[in-house]
Design a protein around this ligand. Structure first.
Ligand code: FAD
Length: 470
């Protein structure tokens, strides 16, 4: 008989409990990936690019370490897997769990029709149902959740299996290229070169951060021009590194070097990801329905497609917003501080429904993640659990001045503002004709006029909010 390990959001060989269990079963092992396309939240755009390269890396790793091929299929797992198991005499199936409503329903249905399935926690420190408040319920506020998580043990990360017995009969498989995950023309991924998807790339990135970024993380994480954030999010999204490995490694660092505040703060950010999954598991509508019911009646503005496009392409006339949106388009990533600013601008200054931002991020982020993206958009919009209140409206001028004081980040992504005097960089429309001439930027021609006036937009947002306030 044969054992199947089904890779999903866990594209790594170390600390992969499903892979270890397949190895320990002593059976001949089949490794499988299915590009599923029957969900509402199927993988899109930039994340597909990542998936292509991450699968390539996994395939090479499995081949070189275990001589184990990675079989690739495409379609609905509920239709494909029963036949596949029958064809290859599969008696045991191992997978690591996933948490959105539709994924869980899928996996539950599969358990009823497949041979023996054993599932594991491969992607979180704790399962969402294990973290309980005093009354046995789930947490809706991060701080007590994090306190509880800190008091709970988590499994020690597993080493990659030493050996695996590959199943040797031939299996019909697509190639990774057959999945058509890469852009054709235009190739919008040319700016993604800085990334190295895959487990080795994840560890390189992590080690770089441990050497260069973790010291000073607590404050530095807010400054987008600094190398103080890990940029691990796409690696975590695809499970190329696990939170248990991150916690173990950062604890070792803490014991050896101290920097307790920075390490703890970094761990707490990783725990925000856990919290998103905690919410996603307990609140099945998280990706689309506001958790605060009154937001169902929020008077969102009617979308003007041209204005939305200006937000998407970084032409709002607010330099810090435009820098973020252009960083996203070119690199598939945006710094967290700037994600908050651009998202706030969409839902508060433009008063566009957060779904428009959520969808754009889903398409353009390499780390597009069903837990984090949904929870974060609800958080920014003020309608989520433990959300930033709607009335706290980021001022894109002062946010720029505070978090990019030298304008290094902004000028990198909005180079037409390179010569604008520092004091006007985040409000270039205030430049005199003479200043526009000397800095080589004519507002309205070389750089757009602001889409909305900050104080006016703020007032409109607050009065819209007033109309739903209970
Ligand atoms: P670091 O600061 O190095 O943090 C390490 C890890 O902790 C991250 O990789 C991430 O997994 C987790 N983390 C950090 N900050 C947060 C946070 N605020 N919420 C949840 N987890 C966090 N993150 C995604 O992974 N996927 C998304 O689709 C996503 N969409 C977002 C949408 C909006 C509107 C906002 C405001 C935030 C979103 N985030 C998302 C959260 C956060 O911006 C990113 O996780 C973070 O910027 C990734 O960069 P990093 O790896 O350098 O972070």
């Amino acid at each position: 008989m044969t054992a199947l390990v089904w890779f999903r959001d866990d594209l790594r060989i170390a600390d992969n409990p499903a892979l270890n269990a397949a190895s320990e079963s002593g059976k001949n092992v089949v490794a499988l990936y299915i590009l599923e396309d029957h969900f509402n939240w199927n993988i899109q755009g930039a994340a597909k690019w990542w998936l292509h390269h991450s699968l390539t890396a996994l395939q090479e790793e499995l081949k070189s370490k275990y001589n184990l091929p990675l079989t690739i299929l495409r379609g609905n797992s509920e239709e494909l897997l029963p036949r596949f198991c029958e064809q290859h005499h599969i008696s045991d199936i191992f997978w690591n769990r996933r948490y959105s409503e539709e994924q869980r329903a899928n996996d539950k249905a599969l358990k009823d029709i497949l041979p023996k399935v054993t599932s594991f926690n491969g992607n979180l420190l704790n399962e969402p149902w294990q973290v309980q408040n005093k009354t046995g319920g789930f947490y809706k506020v991060f701080t007590p959740y994090w306190k509880m998580v800190q008091s709970m043990p988590y499994e020690t990360p597993l080493a990659a299996p030493k050996t695996l017995k590959p199943y040797t009969a031939s299996i019909e498989s697509l190639s990774i290229a057959d999945l058509d995950l890469l852009p054709t023309t235009p190739n919008w991924a040319t700016g993604f070169k800085e990334w190295t998807p895959g487990e080795t790339g994840a560890w390189k990135r992590f080690m770089h951060f441990m050497e260069n970024g973790i010291k000073g993380y607590k404050d530095g994480r807010n400054i987008p021009s600094q190398d103080n954030v890990s940029r691990l999010s796409p690696h975590l999204r695809f499970g190329e590194i696990s939170p248990r490995q991150i916690f173990e490694e950062t604890e070792k660092f803490r014991t050896a070097h101290g920097h307790d505040n920075d390490v703890l703060h970094f761990q707490s950010e990783v725990a925000w990801r856990e919290f998103s999954y905690h919410l996603l598991y307990h609140l099945k509508d998280l990706p689309r329905i506001p958790l605060r019911e009154e937001f169902n009646h929020f008077p969102w503005a009617q979308v003007d497609e041209e204005t939305l496009k200006k937000w998407q392409t970084g032409k709002t006339g607010y330099p810090i917003v435009d820098a973020g949106m252009r960083e996203l388009w070119h690199t598939g990533y945006m710094h967290n501080r700037v994600r908050m600013i651009v998202a706030s601008f969409l839902v508060k200054h433009l008063r566009y429904h957060w779904h428009h931002g959520e969808d754009w991020f889903w398409d353009t982020l390499l780390d597009a993640d069903i837990g984090n993206n949904s929870a974060s958009w609800q958080w920014v919009s003020g309608c989520g659990a433990d959300a930033s209140p709607y009335f706290r409206i980021f001022n894109p001028i002062t946010q720029g001045e505070k978090f990019d004081p030298e304008g290094t980040y902004t000028k990198r992504w909005v180079p037409e503002l390179k010569e604008v005097p520092k004091k006007l960089l985040f409000k270039p429309w205030e430049m005199t004709q003479m200043e526009q001439l000397t800095s080589g930027v004519k507002i309205g021609e070389d750089y757009p006029e602001p889409l909305v006036e900050h104080f006016k937009a703020r007032e409109l947002a607050l009065s819209a909010y007033q109309s739903i306030k209970k």
